[in-house]
Design a protein around this ligand. Structure first.
Ligand code: PMP
Length: 441
C-alpha cells in the first residue's frame, strides 16, 4: 500500500480530538496520538496505515485465536446478516445460530456444563455469573449467600460486578467505590480461600471465581493442585465455583479449556474472546446441568437478566464457524506444540540476558519477568517492560506488559502460529533486549 501521509495525519488529529481509547493514558494519547492505525490483518500479522507490518504477539487482546483475515468468517457473517442480521432472544423467541452454538458449546465444554446464557463479552459474562449465582441462592432459600470471593491478582473485566471481583487493586481504586460483598483472597494457596470462608461464614458466600491462568495479572498459572483443591473446598461448603475462561477458553492453553488441564468441572464457566476469535462480539456463561435443573424447578417468575445482544444470530453464526475452524485445523494441538517452542525460546532468552527472571507458558499464553538482577530477583525501580515493549514494536512485534506488583512481558500469539514465526518473535525479543541492555549497563 502506498503511504498517504495526508490521510495518516488527518486520522491522527481526529483520533486525538474525538476518540477516548479504552484502557489508555489520555495524556499520552494527547501527546503522541495513536502508535498504530491498523488497516489489515493476515494470520499472525497486522499492517498499519503506513504499510508497516508487525507480528500480533497478543492475538490483539488475547482473542484472535484463529488469526486475522479469515475469509470464511467474513462470508458466514455476510450470509447471516443478509438473511437475518438480528432478532431478539427475549422470552420465547429463538434463532437457529444461537440454538446450534449453545448445543455445540455444551458438546465441547467439560462435564455437565450443558446450558448457555449468551452475552456480548467477558465483563458481561462475569456479571451474569455473579447475578445469577446470587439469584440461585435466593431460589434455593438461602438469600444470605451474597458474597463473591476472588483472587488478588485476578482480572475479571470492567462492568461494576467484574470490576468489584477484579483482584488487581488499581482497577478497583479507579472506580472510587465498588459493589459490597466482594472479597479477595491470596491466590497462591487454596488455604487462603478456606480461611476466608471460615472467617466470613460459609452460609454468607454465594460463589468463588478464578481464572485457570491469570492473564492481565501477569500470566500466573494456577499452582499445582490449586483448582482441584478449590473444587473440593467449594463442594465442602456448598459454594458455587465459577471459572473465568475468557482468555483460556478455545484452545489458548493447549487444551480446549483451561480447566481441562486439571480435570475440574466448575458450576459456571464464563467465556468470551476466543469463542468468536474477535470477529464478532460474543461471550457467555455455561451452567452445569445441576444448576440448570434447579433453576428449571424453582424459577417461577421471569429471569430478569438479559442483554439485547444475548444470542445475537450473526455473532453466533460467526462463533460456530470459528469453532469449526479450531477443530478442523487442530489448533488446540498446535497451541500445545507451539507453546513448547515458545517456552524454549523464553528459556534461551533467560540464559542470555541478565534482565530475564522467571519465564512461564502454558500453551500459547506466556510471560517473561523482567528483573534488575536475576540472582537476587531485585526489580527495577521503574518497570522496564514498557520500554522493552515499545522497542519490540519498533522491530515488528506487538506485545503487552503487566506492571502491577510486577514487571512482566506477556504473550498470546494466534493459535495458527508456526515454528519459524515463533523463532522470529524470539529473535526480535533477543535484539530488543541486547539494545536495551546496552543502554542500561
Ligand atoms: N475476564 C478475563 C480473564 C479477561 O482477561 C477479560 C478481558 N481481558 C475479561 C474477563 C473481560 O472481558 P471483556 O473485555 O470482553 O469485557
Amino acid at each position: 500500500m502506498l503511504k498517504d501521509v495526508k490521510v495518516d495525519k488527518e486520522l491522527m488529529e481526529l483520533d486525538k480530538k474525538h476518540f477516548i481509547h479504552p484502557t489508555s493514558s489520555i495524556a499520552q494519547q494527547q501527546a503522541n496520538g495513536p502508535s498504530f492505525i491498523f488497516t489489515e490483518g493476515k494470520g499472525i500479522y497486522l499492517t498499519d496505515i503506513t504499510g508497516k507490518q508487525v507480528i500480533d504477539g497478543m492475538s490483539s487482546l488475547w482473542n484472535v485465536n484463529i488469526g486475522h483475515g479469515r475469509e470464511e468468517l467474513a462470508q458466514v457473517a455476510q450470509e447471516q446478516m443478509s438473511k437475518l442480521a438480528f432478532s431478539s432472544c427475549f422470552g420465547t423467541i429463538s434463532n437457529e445460530p444461537a440454538i446450534r452454538l449453545a448445543s455445540k458449546l455444551a458438546s465441547i465444554a467439560p462435564g455437565d456444563l450443558n446450558a448457555v446464557f449468551f452475552t456480548s463479552g467477558g465483563s458481561e459474562s462475569n456479571d451474569t455469573a455473579f447475578k445469577l449465582a446470587r439469584h440461585y441462592w435466593v431460589l434455593k432459600g438461602q438469600p444470605n449467600r451474597q458474597k463473591i470471593i476472588s483472587r488478588t491478582q485476578s482480572y475479571h473485566g470492567v462492568a461494576m460486578g467484574a470490576t468489584s471481583a477484579t483482584g488487581l487493586k488499581p482497577f478497583r481504586d479507579f472506580t472510587n467505590s465498588i459493589i459490597p460483598d466482594f472479597y479477595h483472597v491470596d491466590g497462591t494457596s487454596s488455604e487462603a480461600l478456606r480461611e476466608a470462608i471460615e472467617q466470613e461464614g460459609p452460609e454468607t458466600i454465594a460463589a468463588f471465581i478464578t481464572e485457570p491462568v491469570q492473564g492481565a495479572g501477569g500470566v500466573n498459572i494456577a499452582p499445582e493442585g490449586y483448582l482441584q483443591e478449590v473444587r473440593k473446598i467449594c463442594d465442602e461448603y456448598g459454594i458455587l465455583m465459577i471459572v473465568d475462561e475468557v482468555i483460556t477458553g478455545f484452545g489458548r492453553t493447549g487444551t480446549m479449556f483451561g480447566v481441562n488441564h486439571y480435570g475440574v468441572v466448575p458450576d459456571m464457566m464464563c467465556f468470551a474472546k476466543g469463542v468468536s476469535s474477535g470477529y464478532a462480539q460474543l461471550g457467555g456463561v455455561l451452567f452445569s446441568e445441576k444448576i440448570f435443573d434447579d433453576l428449571k424447578e424453582l424459577s417461577k417468575g421471569t429471569l430478569l437478566h438479559g442483554y439485547t445482544y444475548s444470542g445475537h444470530p450473526t455473532a453466533c453464526s460467526v462463533a460456530l464457524k470459528n469453532i469449526e475452524i479450531i477443530e478442523r485445523e487442530n489448533l488446540v494441538e498446535n497451541a500445545k506444540l507451539m507453546g513448547e517452542e515458545l517456552l524454549k525460546g523464553f528459556k534461551y532468552l533467560q540464559s542470555n540476558h541478565r534482565i530475564v527472571g522467571d519465564v512461564r507458558a502454558l500453551g500459547l499464553i506466556g510471560g517473561i519477568e523482567i528483573v534488575k538482577d536475576k540472582l537476587t530477583g531485585e526489580s527495577f525501580e521503574t518497570p522496564l517492560s514498557p520500554k522493552l515493549a515499545e522497542e519490540a514494536a519498533k522491530r515488528g512485534l506487538i506485545i503487552r506488559t503487566v506492571t502491577f506488583d510486577q514487571d512482566t512481558l506477556v504473550f498470546a500469539p494466534p493459535l495458527v502460529i508456526n515454528k519459524a514465526e515463533i523463532e522470529r518473535m524470539i529473535d526480535i525479543l533477543d535484539e530488543t533486549m541486547i539494545a536495551v541492555e546496552r543502554e542500561l549497563f
